[in-house]
Design a protein around this ligand. Structure first.
Ligand code: ZN
Length: 236
């Protein structure tokens, strides 16, 4: 089984009736319901949990961490963000969703501002597959159509991705690198743009299929403790 931990800050769903109507149990539980199958098991944690639920032990027992946050990025303690970064360096997989582009751990892993342009007009989005052979795009057709999404546009201030699996195009012209793969030391990272809280994006079958594929792709094949060993004597 692949052990997934979903972190959701879980604020909008408690404070905004529109969001509560779509995700009554929180985005994390909607994702858990969509992702769990005979190969994936999911635990959920939220901002209000002690240490955000992301203790060293929790991360050691996580194969892939999924992250949704938006209005309270600054409430995640720096030490938790650094712990997540280190876990990725050791080999843990990570999937950052939507506004998670501004989360502390994503920015730490990218090393850039991760800024972008945005509008909230309820445009439709076509999430185009750019690499049909990529493991994360398997089972998806030419594109995923989302009736409404928040518009994210370029420039997206990230380092050049190792692979760009999706590019989103929006009703009023913007384009955005919607599915990006990175490797940092031993860990794999996938950023996926869809998932604004006022739209039912995480009930879309193709979105869930994409996220399941991403979990499999990011599942570690190698994991180690980060160190810088002194090797002592020469071989000969
Ligand atoms: Zn949003």
């Amino acid at each position: 089984m692949i052990r997934v931990t979903i972190f959701n800050e879980f604020k909008h769903e408690k404070e905004d009736e529109r969001v509560k109507a779509i995700y009554p149990d929180g985005i994390h539980n909607a994702l858990k319901k969509g992702l769990e199958d005979e190969e994936i098991t999911v635990k959920t944690v939220t901002l209000d949990d002690e240490e955000c639920g992301l203790t060293k032990e929790a991360l050691d027992n996580t194969d892939v961490l999924m992250w949704w946050g938006h209005m309270a990025h600054d409430k995640v303690p720096d030490e938790v963000a650094l712990r997540v970064r280190d876990a990725v360096h050791e080999g843990m997989g990570a999937v950052f969703l939507h506004s998670g582009h501004h989360s502390k751990p994503f920015k730490l892993l990218m090393g850039t501002s991760c800024n972008l342009t945005w509008r909230e007009d309820g445009d439709y989005e076509l999430v185009w597959v750019t690499k049909p052979s990529h493991p994360i795009a398997q089972g998806i057709g030419r594109f995923i159509k989302l009736e409404h999404e928040e518009t994210y546009g370029e420039p997206f201030a990230i380092p050049e991705p190792e692979e760009t699996v999706f590019i989103g195009s929006f009703e009023n012209g913007e384009v955005f690198r919607a599915g990006c793969c990175f490797k940092r030391e031993n860990g794999r990272i996938f950023y996926f743009q869809p998932g604004h809280e006022t739209f039912p994006t995480y009930y879309n079958e193709d979105v869930i299929k994409t996220l399941k594929n991403a979990v499999h792709w990011a599942n570690p094949v190698y994991r180690t403790k980060i160190d810088c060993p002194h090797v002592g004597k020469p071989l000969e």
